[in-house]
Write a protein that binds this ligand. Structure first.
Ligand code: GCW
Length: 607
């Protein structure tokens, strides 16, 4: 059996090459011969990717469009036995993956090899691997993939220039699976093409973007649109010209409108040149302060893309208040599958519980699109750690149906990925995966503290690595207390939330324990709800986290993983154990040295 065909969760053979989603659906059925017989009927009473499943003598999929048929077929083929009659429709029109791939083949924050489609300044790929990927994306309803980094470096300008034909060819592979391409663009692109400015209100700039967009759509008529990171971490943007982000985004959206394209504008704007002595500026407030006043000013094909938390994909953050506050603007939620701050696909950190928390915190109707920073690369198994594939799978499931149950999603992935496992092994693995996030949280930064990672790299502990830097990520620990007061008495961040949430977070008695140090500055001797002091809780969590990793390692060794997976899982687990011990010891030593408080249980803390 070709290893390549068994690296992700679809285990039946790869079907023959096709051109349309309809043909793909038919090909999937014939490739999966041992699965229940399915009949595909094409009707027109549904549409917009919706489909109906009917169990009669045969299982029937009915849809008004090819995409709906494809999704219905995957649902039947991936199900465990009979599935319920009914109509389903993906919750959002755009279910996107954002790849941070550079033209030289590197991937920003990539932990599973190099780019699957860029190398050495050009487009180069193994078409069968791309098809396999497209197939998996479609199987969980993902329908847009942005192929290049939001940090658009000079060589990536070629994607909408001399490399456009190659992009179009890549688009055709994804198209058969109803996955549309998207491109990240640079706001300053006109400057490299003989225009003296990139001012969004300048007629020469407007004309340049209109012509360029027309060219792009002449080659890729179903391009989903453009993705933009502007005025963020040094990227160019409208601020340079004294223009607002509404003016900047609308100019590009206007150019896209006649082709049905969307303009996705990221809201990751903050002062990354903060003076650490400045205690008034509070980075989590930045996105709301920048975008909330612009609510209602964006054209109908602009989508503002907001990270799930107000900081930057930390282990645990509260929901971004911007996601709760825009009434007249279309929003996309952005999550990060790439485990930048969450173990880098070495440590196990599974996201189904995170996705549940985010959607519960936000509500399913606040957004009209979802985006996930990709965890993909050209490693044989695509995601580095075989378990990281669950994050991709789960993202697709939640983006299609935000009411998904995280346990169910995890169980399904385990069953599909390791079909030969006994029920007991399946349950055990699902349990380990479901608890992995809280284990990671315990040995790194419990109670919402965040950061404290090695600067730049973002793996491993460095309690003061970012403390005196310009990134706005401080904890201000001293001998008595730790954390930033973000209540009305402090930076006032809590006031960005609707009243009920504001009240909940304001008060350290009602604030959930796992976010206490996100919202409050607390003394080490503060007594928490469970009767322990803050410092004791800190020590306990770190020690427990490490113990739980040892237990996890032992359980995983008892499971019958296929050989290739077993080797990768064991090798990474060794590194996770080292990392967990390092976090535990560094963090406990750090707080012990500062506070001088002894561990009640007299465990080993290095001085
Ligand atoms: O967290 C930061 C990452 C950057 C990334 C940025 C972003 C693409 O460290 O590598 O840049 O987020 O989201 O734009």
């Amino acid at each position: 059996m070709n290893r390549c065909e068994h690296t992700l969760w679809l285990s039946w053979p790869m079907p023959a090459e096709t051109n349309t989603p309809y043909e793909t659906a038919m090909a999937e059925i014939s490739a999966a011969q041992n699965l229940p017989k399915t009949v595909v009927l094409k009707q027109t009473h549904t549409g917009d990717e919706a489909y109906e499943i009917r169990n009669e003598a045969e299982q029937i999929v009915i849809s008004g469009d090819d995409a709906g048929l494809l999704y219905g077929v995957y649902e039947i083929l991936m199900a465990d036995g009979r599935i319920e009659n009914g109509i389903r429709k993906p919750a959002y029109a755009y279910r996107m993956i954002n790849c941070w791939d550079n033209m030289d083949g590197t991937i920003e924050r990539g932990y599973s090899g190099r780019s699957l489609w860029f190398d050495n300044g050009r487009i180069a790929y193994d078409a069968s691997r791309i098809r396999l990927l497209a197939r998996h994306l479609a199987s969980v309803g993902i329908n847009v993939i942005c192929i290049n980094n939001v940090n658009v470096h000079q060589d990536a300008l070629s994607l909408i220039d001399e490399h456009l034909d190659d992009v179009a060819e890549l688009a055709s592979i994804f198209r058969a699976y109803h996955v549309r391409l998207m491109l990240s663009i640079s706001f300053a692109h006109p400057l490299s093409d003989g225009i003296a400015t990139a001012d969004p209100l300048n007629p020469a700039v407007i004309g340049w973007w209109e012509r360029r967009t027309a060219l792009v759509y002449s080659r890729i008529p179903d391009l989903a649109g453009f993705l933009v990171k502007a005025d963020s971490e040094g990227r160019p943007g409208p601020f340079t010209y004294g223009r607002s982000h509404a003016e900047g985004a609308n100019m590009l959206a206007q150019a896209l409108q006649q082709y049905g394209g969307i303009l996705v504008w990221r809201c990751f704007v903050y002062n990354c040149r903060q003076n650490w002595r400045d205690t008034v500026t509070d980075r989590p407030k930045a996105a709301y302060e920048t975008y909330q006043p612009l609510d209602g000013q964006f054209l109908s094909n602009v989508i503002l893309q907001v990270k799930n938390g107000p900081y930057d994909f930390q282990v645990r953050e509260p929901i971004s208040p911007l996601l709760l506050s825009m009434q007249k603007t279309q929003l996309a939620l952005e999550v990060q599958l790439a485990q930048e701050y969450t173990g880098q696909q070495v440590d196990i950190y599974e996201m189904p519980p995170l996705f549940k928390e985010i959607w519960d915190g936000m509500g399913r109707d606040r957004i009209m699109a979802a985006a996930a920073v990709s965890n993909l690369g050209n490693d044989m198994n695509y995601t580095g750690h075989p378990f990281a594939a669950l994050n991709l799978y789960a993202y697709g499931r939640f983006a299609s149906d935000p009411d998904s149950n995280p346990e169910q999603v995890t169980d399904d992935w385990v069953r599909l990925t390791y079909p030969s496992f006994s029920e007991q092994d399946r349950k055990l693995l699902a349990y380990i995966l479901m608890s992995s996030r809280s284990v990671y949280e315990k040995y790194t930064t419990p109670m919402g503290l965040g950061w404290m990672v090695t600067p730049g790299l973002h793996y491993g502990p460095s309690p003061e690595g970012y403390e005196y830097q310009a990134w706005g990520t401080y904890h201000r620990a001293d001998r008595d207390a730790v954390g930033i007061d973000r209540t009305s008495n402090g930076t006032g961040y809590t006031r960005q939330y609707p009243d009920a949430l504001c009240r909940l977070y304001e008060n350290s008695e009602t604030c959930p324990d796992n976010l206490l140090l996100f919202f409050h500055r607390l003394r080490y001797d503060t007594v928490l709800k469970d009767g322990r002091t803050l410092i004791q809780r800190m020590y306990d969590e770190h020690f427990e986290g490490v113990e739980e990793v040892y237990r996890m390692a032992e359980l995983l060794r008892s499971m019958p993983f296929p050989q290739e997976d077993a080797a990768v899982i064991e090798e990474r687990m060794q590194r996770q154990l080292i990392n967990a011990n390092e976090w535990c010891d560094v963090m406990n030593t750090y707080f012990h040295r500062l506070s001088g408080v002894q561990d009640e249980h007299n465990r080993k803390i290095y001085d």
